[in-house]
Write a protein of this length. Structure first.
Length: 110
């Protein structure tokens, strides 16, 4: 069973997640998601547990509890839809094409 864990502390590691969920059953894997560019935690992760009953018990026991100073959210991970991908951010100026800035021209006072 795959479990989604959100609102983690930026200091939480994958080992921390494995230890926390290990108290509720057998953990197959635990992973905190890291930002590729900065290497910082994105403050969410995934835990895979071998048994669905243990996974459901872990979700019930750990959802909205305080862990490392943060109230975490724990729920069953939904499978990613085929072809589903978050759109990449574009670093183009808003409004489409690049437009040269106009310099400020004061109006002639009447």
């Amino acid at each position: 069973m795959n479990i989604f864990v959100a609102k983690l502390s930026s200091a939480t590691t994958s080992d921390d997640l494995a230890t926390l969920f290990g108290e509720h059953g057998t953990v197959v894997s635990a992973r905190v998601i890291m930002d590729r560019e900065t290497g910082n935690s994105k403050c969410f992760g995934f835990v895979e547990m071998s048994d669905e009953t243990e996974g459901m018990n872990a979700i019930e026991a750990l959802n909205e509890v305080e862990f490392q100073g943060r109230q975490i959210v724990v729920k069953q991970a939904r499978p990613r839809e085929e072809g589903e991908r978050r759109p990449r951010r574009s670093f183009q100026p808003r409004g489409g094409e690049y437009r040269e800035r106009r310099s400020f021209q004061p109006r002639d006072e009447e």
